[in-house]
Design a protein around this ligand. Structure first.
Ligand code: NAP
Length: 479
């Protein structure tokens, strides 16, 4: 079946359905209406859970080779139609076509990894005789699917972040209900199309569109939904975690990622990598570079290179091959970023470049001397804005990098192995990239944060561990 997005159907228990109530999906660059999607009701969500109950049984009983076949075929489908997928990402979201192509190809990788990891969901034997009285027992544990997973996803990677939940869920024999971001639901529909084409049985996957604040709670609080896998902002994450009750929650939240540049770093490489890590997806990137701590000896030279590379960044039409950076997801978001920067400047920050908004576009922006007590100096900006700081020592850099409520990823540039290992030990983050910016990720690695950046880990193998429960089996033998 080919999905015609103009018909704006959502996938409910294996059927594409419309609803009278709809939500608009607009291109943030032009504000043009792309299509409308169903505004699902709480009853729709309850129905999706009823369908998923059937799906959970089907999925758990599906042999591993069949799960692998479906995941591989879905991956092949995305690959074959990758330009269509990339164009959808770049039309409904903020990404440029070049960024969107990378996301589409990472989605293929995520699904292929899921197919491979499906065969590695194993347990181990347990030596029961280690405990007195256990001599006559033999046994093992194996991992079983958790049942029904509720997945709530953000707008900034509208395809691959959905794949990071759907791929592992199917690999591990679960049913899954996806509630995609309201501003970018169409890439999630396209992913569902790939699974329908690959022959995923009905009821295993639903993609239900509607406002998180209206229908999210029905999914989050439902006793038959055994896990909520959430990626999004800390505010919604806290609300979801407190409403979920006694079920697993995995939280992939935000950050204001730091990068440390020591005086022995290759400044050309460090500035190029940090600029790219800062402005990817117009800075709407959970591991995007926000704070750069540079040693005093090289600060001026790094700053000059960083600002020059930022000024060379091309903003413009998302579908143009020349464009490096597109708009923010809405004009409201661009206004929020503008307000936050202006407030920091009023509090004493110095604007080095950027700071200009046109509609939903906000120029790549660099500041220094941003006060720690400003919103920009302490919170996630989630926009194309970078803060440069001069530091006197590695200890100071690490202390200031850790001085935040977040801890997702960090980057560091140095040739000094001792300094690198000290930083690895002392930085309180989920991942640290030496001689890369914080914005480095592959889909197979464990991914997630500490503090307000989240709970649990994604990355296919690690998501599968969260989506399965070990069950212990013991045989008591007569002799
Ligand atoms: P968001 O506003 O938190 O929304 C994320 C999702 O949650 C959307 O589907 C939203 O639905 C839904 N939602 C909002 N409130 C809800 C509620 N009370 N109950 C249930 N669902 C609710 O985040 P966003 O603006 O889309 O994304 C940006 C944030 O995501 C940033 O903070 C970024 O750092 C974070 N992020 C983290 C990672 C990671 O892996 N750590 C990756 C990407 C993004 P609606 O769209 O209908 O509001």
């Amino acid at each position: 079946m080919q999905l015609d997005v103009k018909r704006s159907k959502m996938l409910l228990g294996g059927r594409w359905v419309v609803r009278e109530e709809t939500l608009e999906v607009r291109n943030p660059e032009t504000n043009e209406l792309i299509t409308t999607v169903p505004a699902a009701s709480s009853e729709d969500m309850l129905w999706a859970v009823e369908q998923a109950k059937i799906g959970a049984k089907t999925a758990a009983n599906m042999p591993v080779h069949e799960r692998m076949r479906i995941l591989r075929e879905a991956a092949n489908y995305v690959e074959e139609h990758s330009e269509r997928y990339a164009t959808m990402i770049a039309t409904e979201g903020s990404k440029t076509i070049r960024e969107a192509r990378k996301e589409a190809s990472r989605c293929v990788e995520t699904l292929r990894l899921s197919a491979e990891e499906a065969r590695r969901i194993t347990g181990e034997t347990i030596p029961f005789d280690q405990s007195p009285g256990g001599e006559s027992r033999v046994g093992y544990y194996e991992r079983f699917p958790i049942g029904i997973i509720g997945a709530i996803t953000p707008f900034n990677d509208p395809l691959n972040l959905v794949a990071h939940k759907v791929g592992p869920a199917i690999a591990s024999g679960n049913a899954i209900i996806v509630k995609p971001a309201t501003v970018t639901p169409l890439s999630a529909f396209l992913l569902a199309e790939a699974f329908v084409e690959a022959g995923l049985p009905d009821h295993v996957l639903s993609v239900v569109t509607g406002r998180g604040r209206e229908i999210g709670d029905t999914l989050v609080t439902h006793p038959d939904v055994r896990m909520i896998s959430f990626t999004g902002g800390v505010e919604a994450g806290l609300q979801i975690a407190s409403n979920a009750g006694l079920k697993k929650v995995s939280m992939e939240l935000g950050s204001n990622s730091p990068v440390i540049v020591l005086d022995d770093a290759d400044l050309e490489e460090a500035s190029a990598s940090t600029v790219s890590g800062a402005f990817w997806a117009a800075g709407q990137n959970c591991i995007g570079v926000q704070r750069v701590y540079v040693m005093d000896e090289v600060y001026e030279s790094f700053k000059e290179k960083f600002v020059a590379k930022t000024l060379a960044y091309q903003t413009g039409s998302k579908l143009s091959e020349q464009t490096d950076m597109g708009p923010l997801i809405t004009e409201d978001e661009a206004e929020r970023v503008e307000r936050t920067v202006n407030e920091a400047v009023k509090m004493g920050a110095t604007l080095l470049c950027g700071g200009i908004r046109k509609g939903a576009f906000y120029d790549p922006t660099v500041l220094e001397d941003v006060p720690d007590e400003s919103l920009l100096g302490s919170e996630e900006i989630f926009g194309p804005v970078v803060l440069l700081y001069r530091v006197d020592s590695l200890d100071e850099a690490v202390r200031r990098a850790n001085n935040t409520d977040y801890g997702l990823q960090a980057g560091m540039f140095t040739q000094n192995i001792d300094a690198a290992f000290q930083t690895i030990r002392e930085l309180n983050v989920g991942g640290i990239m030496i001689n890369d910016s914080s914005d480095y990720r592959i889909d197979a690695m464990p991914f997630g944060g500490v503090k307000r950046s989240g709970l649990g880990r994604e990355g296919v193998k690690f998501a599968i561990a969260e989506m399965t429960e070990p069950k212990v089996v013991s045989f008591q033998l007569k002799r």
